[in-house]
Design a protein around this ligand. Structure first.
Ligand SMILES: [Zn+2]
Length: 676
């Protein structure tokens, strides 16, 4: 069968031939791609020659190129332009891919070769990048039990199976508890305070359920506006308690024991592999490196942010008192925060939007990238896309060298998942002396243009575009030899540095004046708007910081010690929160039983990374502020030492090369107004 996915892409820049691909091509392509990759790996593991870096590690690194291209096309489509058929194919091919990666991980002959090279690596005269690649590949085997005895290997598989069941169950319980609650209001009086859009959504939900009135649920799009705007305090209390009680009641969806089982199994797994705790295991492959470093990081921020948080809490308490609230409770937080914010900064989203026409913002981010990194963006129309909304750009440097292809897909539609993300259709690498450039994509869900109005972005959408573009720069400017170390293939707590760093330009007058112009009058955005944006972005920052720190500390507490003597989940949690709580405890509630980030998603021992990334981006931006936000020398350093380096060196080394020193939290605290 003629399958365009399996042929060499005879297209401009070797881009994906979207218009020729039919859904029926995917499964056979996956099967063939896996077959080719398997053969390539067998050739390595069965090689009669003694193992060398070149015939084993480098060869392994470049296996499966076809499979990678097929996977990236398919899974990117499954996120950005999916349908029932694609989802069905995803379900069929996912087990094949898992089986293939397990085959590689458990390939003992292959591991033996890698192991032999690893143990003699001092004699091999490897470059730093090669050393990193070797360590990364070796660890990928060892962290999955390759060095264990046969009995321990069986034990490890048992734990893994059990853990995947438990995390799945955790998620199912949270979902069931979220779905089992609804607040059904029949009296219009009760909706007082709520914006029109939220009322409409609640009305629609009621109609869907064949009911009169309005229905509110614990899903964020329903819950958040409710807690922020509903004036009736009793109703807010009812919602908040229902929200906080998810999977904590003694019913069949209770997660208390699920959690205890998860943390104990994670601990057991880590010990089996020779680590002190699950956190030690996780942090080995993070910039933070050890639980002690994370604790020190969180505690230091806590000491500095707490006084500000306590002051803000007092201010908020005083503010609510005028409304007759004697004791500020959790269900008052969002409501009075919003009210106070409105009183302090009278700035409506609608006033800002005319200054952020999408085309202008894109032009702005291109110009900023040009000023910083000498990049040029030319829209081209010869490249295939998967949807007519997708735009494509050829990216070159000042000497007209080809740097990357950039796809940009801005508007929501059926078949696209929510949110915004950066991804790639092809990584960057150097093979046989040739630098093969990447194909990067950013996907967003921005306000669509209408017949009479262009797409006008909210300020939040503007920072989102800059954020994703920062990731895209990391991908586009990649300049490494090995694809698995290229671009955004870095440790998890380092990957948000380029993206969050670029957001900083959205708050700077000299950057905004490049593109924030009224779409009708072309007048630049008023200065006092910029001041208000800046100030309001720091509003109640101390309290927010304290909240983030409390989650980070709770996560670390669950994962950095032997958990076998923890009996009472709520008591354990209260103790973990003892330094960070401003509001009175709600005894019917528990955070841990629905803390999906750490018990379902992949954030266990990783919640701290949100704050970690902020510290990094603020500290990095401080250098730009010091020398000028368009200072070429600073930008060149960031490009040379960070953007182009991917994961070729330890992130802390990369950072110190750029900054001249380790990051400190001073810039973040200053930016957040927590340090005068
Ligand atoms: Zn990001």
């Amino acid at each position: 069968m003629n399958n365009p996915l399996l042929e060499i892409f005879n297209t401009p820049f070797g881009t994906a031939p979207f218009s020729k691909i039919k859904n029926s091509h995917f499964k056979p392509a996956f099967i063939e791609g896996i077959k080719i990759a398997k053969q390539e790996i067998d050739d390595i593991s069965e090689n009669k020659d003694a193992p060398t870096f070149k015939n084993t590690l480098e060869a392994l690194e470049f296996t499966g190129e076809k499979l990678d291209r097929i996977s990236s096309i398919f899974f990117n489509l499954n996120s950005a332009e999916t349908n029932d058929e694609i989802q069905k194919i995803a379900q069929e091919v996912s087990p094949l891919l898992t089986e293939f990666s397990n085959d590689v991980r458990l390939n003992e002959k292959l591991f033996k070769r890698v192991h032999q090279i690893y143990t003699t690596k001092e004699e091999l005269n490897l470059t730093e990048e090669q050393d990193t690649l070797l360590t990364k590949k070796y660890k990928s085997f060892v962290r999955n039990g390759a060095n264990l005895s046969d009995n321990d290997k069986i034990e490890l598989r048992k734990i893994d199976t059990e853990l995947s069941k438990l995390t799945l169950k955790f998620g199912e319980n949270v979902l069931a508890e979220t779905n089992s609650f609804e607040l059904h209001l029949k009296n219009e009086e009760q909706l007082k305070g709520l914006p029109e859009s939220a009322i409409e959504a609640a009305e629609m939900l009621a109609k869907q359920k064949n009911k009169e009135g309005w229905i509110f649920t614990l899903d964020y799009p329903s819950y958040i506006p409710f807690m922020t705007y509903i004036i009736d305090r009793k109703l807010r209390k009812e919602m908040a308690i229902a929200f906080g009680a998810k999977a904590f009641s003694d019913n069949k969806h209770d997660n208390k024991n699920t959690i205890l089982n998860i943390v104990n199994l994670r601990y057991k797994r880590a010990r089996l592999l020779g680590y002190n705790s699950h956190a030690h295991f996780v942090l080995e492959e993070r910039m933070a490196e050890t639980p002690d470093n994370v604790h020190e990081f969180l505690e230091d921020l806590l000491t500095k942010a707490k006084p500000a948080a306590e002051n803000e809490f007092k201010t908020l308490t005083r503010f609510a008192k005028k409304d007759g609230i004697n004791k500020l409770e959790k269900w008052d937080s969002a409501f009075y925060s919003e009210k106070l914010k409105k009183e302090l900064f009278d700035l409506e989203e609608e006033q800002l939007k005319p200054y952020f026409k999408l085309e202008n913002v894109i032009e702005g981010v291109f110009q900023i990238s040009n000023k910083l990194y000498n990049l040029n963006f030319e829209e081209i129309f010869s490249i295939d896309t998967y949807h007519e909304d997708v735009r494509t750009f050829k990216v070159t440097d000042s000497s007209n060298n080809f740097i990357a292809i950039l796809y940009a897909d801005f508007f929501p539609r059926e078949g696209k998942r929510n949110g915004a993300w950066m991804t790639s259709y092809k990584e960057q690498w150097v093979k046989e002396g040739k630098n093969s450039r990447p194909h990067i994509s950013i996907v967003c869900n921005f306000t669509k243009p209408t017949k009479t109005k262009p797409s006008l972005l909210t300020f939040n959408e503007v920072t989102t575009l800059f954020h994703e573009f920062g990731h895209a720069l990391h991908g586009m400017l990649a300049n490494t030899t090995y694809p698995s170390l290229s671009g955004t293939n870095v440790f998890w707590d380092f990957v948000e540095l380029p993206s969050q760093l670029l957001e900083n330009w959205c708050y700077e007058k000299d950057a905004l004046s490049l593109f924030a112009k009224h779409f009708e009058t072309n007048k630049p955005i008023p200065m006092d708007f910029i001041e208000k944006i800046k100030k309001s972005s720091n509003f109640l920052e101390g309290m927010q910081t304290l909240r983030q720190l409390s989650f980070g500390l709770l996560d670390m507490k669950w994962h950095s010690k032997d958990p076998s003597d923890i009996k009472n989940v709520k008591e354990f949690e209260l103790e973990a929160f003892s330094d960070t709580q401003l509001f009175p405890d709600v005894h019917e509630n528990c955070m841990s039983t629905s803390f999906s980030h750490i018990f379902q998603g992949g954030y266990s021992s990783g919640y701290y990374s949100y704050k970690w990334a902020e510290v990094l981006d603020a500290d990095a931006f401080a250098l730009f502020l010091e020398h000028g936000i368009f200072n070429k020398e600073t930008a060149e350093k960031f490009k040379t030492y960070i953007l182009s380096q991917g994961g070729t060196k330890k992130p802390m080394d990369l950072y110190i090369n750029f900054r001249g020193q380790k990051p400190t939290n001073i810039a973040l605290l200053k930016r957040a107004g927590l340090l005068k």
